[in-house]
Design a protein around this ligand. Structure first.
Ligand code: DX5
Ligand code: ZN
Length: 212
């Protein structure tokens, strides 16, 4: 299983020294963007994402938890994102926003909150490069994995195989050694934040996830 390292709970003042080894082996870096409106928290913006680009050349898997993603796509493209994922629950024209992301030559992803069903995004599945299933309520790192997300990634894998879709299946929230085996048969990659960043040896934790 590939790993997308969420830096949300990392030590922002010492990112390079605290995560250096982990950044070397992670497959993606997951950027959590929160606007205080779509979720009850505010995190980082494009300037911060751009700054992280200086310490790693790993692909950025940018996760927009913002109400109006369509207004900020170019800024996150310019900041160095390879994947930009926004929420189907956001206030935007979904198809137009997918097209907008792709128009910059960047991969487009769609994400669903825990209460949203896979059936609600069926029409977008042929259009996206990534589907991100939230396995916690978005807004904060360090929460517990929600078991009903397992059926969602399983269904997404079945739909992908049946229809020959090309999206990567990603899952976000509460991923650690005990929960990763539950989803690893179905996902292409998984986001992990606090399990990696808040460990004494972050690289070792990514190794564990890689080898499950
Ligand atoms: C939650 C974020 C997640 C979070 C994951 O809103 O989207 O990416 O940082 O953190 P952990 O792995 O600690 O649940
Ligand atoms: Zn996230």
């Amino acid at each position: 299983m590939k790993v997308s390292l969420s830096i949300l709970t990392a030590d922002f003042a010492n990112m390079e020294s605290s995560l250096h080894d982990a950044l070397e082996i992670t497959d993606y870096v997951h950027m959590d963007i929160m606007d205080g409106e779509f979720v009850p928290n505010i995190s980082i913006g494009p300037a911060f994402v751009k700054a992280i680009r200086k310490i790693t050349d790993k692909p950025f898997d940018t996760h927009l938890m913002i109400m109006h993603p369509q207004n900020y796509i170019k800024q996150f493209v310019d900041a160095g994102s390879q994947y930009i994922t926004f929420h189907v629950e956001a206030d935007c024209d979904i198809k137009k926003t997918i097209d907008l992301i792709k128009s910059y030559g960047v991969k487009a992803g769609i994400s669903i909150k825990p209460k949203t069903k896979v059936e609600d995004i069926l029409e977008y599945l042929p259009l996206v490069d990534m589907v991100l299933v939230m396995s916690v309520e978005p807004g904060f790192g360090g929460q517990s994995f929600m078991m009903d997300s397992i059926d969602k990634v399983k269904a997404l894998k079945e739909l992908k195989e049946k229809n020959n879709y090309s999206y990567l299946i990603n899952i976000d929230g509460g991923i650690k050694d005990s929960t990763a085996p539950l989803i690893s048969p179905y996902v292409d990659l998984a986001v992990s934040g606090s399990y990696v960043c808040n460990a004494e040896n972050p690289k070792e934790r990514i190794d564990i996830l890689h080898n499950l």
